[in-house]
Design a protein around this ligand. Structure first.
Ligand SMILES: Cc1ncc(COP(=O)(O)O)c(C=O)c1O
Length: 243
């Protein structure tokens, strides 16, 4: 069920009218920020109503109530704590520069010159870039191709197991679930395998930020699964937030 307040609908309606008259474009697809310059006046209005001024420059200087990231203060701190509870994680951090920025941060934690990482070939380039920057030793796994859909599968439990049988000295594994094409990995089984072998598991769930709120018949996102160490999600993709 989708509900929206009258105020919210009025804002959307105005955005639509403005966007149409200027660019003839009004995107309501992912990412949520695409072609949405028109949102700024309305966001500014909201900020002014809450005692801030225009959304320019440093958030601390101009919109004191928004707070800061380093260390988290104000509304940002509150919101991060709310998100931690909502997603049921040990800690949830907001990132900047998209999932790319957060994935690179995650690789800085998991990688390093003496680390061995196992990566499926069909994953976002930020993970490869991030691990390479740390000097980690990367071994690639090839996912199965699905002729019925004409796309690659997420990496399978069986492929990971086979790779670990060839060489078990692995420090971290990263995988994408759901994939760009909407297919999900068997996260529970893979996480158990990793946990038993003390291997860190990073999930690129960039497209899965709303999965935890969907009915149970949807595949798992990895949240709350023992053995999943970090998940990166793009609220600005499926959840339509600003970025
Ligand atoms: C699976 C996956 N991971 C990460 C990213 C990077 O996301 P962002 O554009 O937010 O940096 C993308 C972008 O499309 C993606 O499809």
């Amino acid at each position: 069920m989708l509900t929206a307040s009258k105020e919210c609908l009025a804002i959307l309606h105005n955005m639509y009218k403005n966007a149409q008259s200027k660019t003839h474009l009004f995107s309501m697809h992912m990412p949520g920020h695409a072609n949405s310059n028109e949102i700024t006046p309305y966001l500014n209005l909201l900020l002014q109503q809450h005692g801030g001024s225009k959304l320019e420059g440093s958030s601390d200087e101009h919109c004191g109530f928004l707070g800061n990231y380093f260390p988290p203060t104000g509304a940002l701190k509150q919101s991060q704590e709310f998100a931690t509870n909502l997603y049921g994680t040990e800690r949830t951090f907001y990132g900047i520069n998209g999932s790319t920025g957060s994935l690179i941060s995650a690789t800085r934690v998991l990688g390093g010159p003496n680390k061995k990482v196992l990566l499926p070939r069909n994953l976002h380039r930020s993970i490869i870039h991030g691990f390479r920057m740390t000097g980690a030793n990367i071994r690639y796994m090839v996912p199965n191709f699905r002729p019925d859909f004409g796309v690659f599968d997420p990496i399978s439990y069986e492929t990971i197991k086979e790779e670990l049988e060839k060489d078990s000295k692995v420090d971290a594994i990263a995988l994408t679930s759901p994939t760009y094409d909407g297919l999900s990995a068997e996260i529970g089984k893979i996480a158990k395998l990793c946990h038993e072998r003390n291997i860190r598991l990073l999930i690129d769930g960039a497209h899965g930020s709303i999965i935890p709120f969907l009915p149970e018949r949807f595949p798992e996102s990895g949240l709350g699964v023992q053995g999943v160490d970090m998940i990166v999600q793009s609220l600005h993709k499926a959840a339509g937030s600003f970025s």
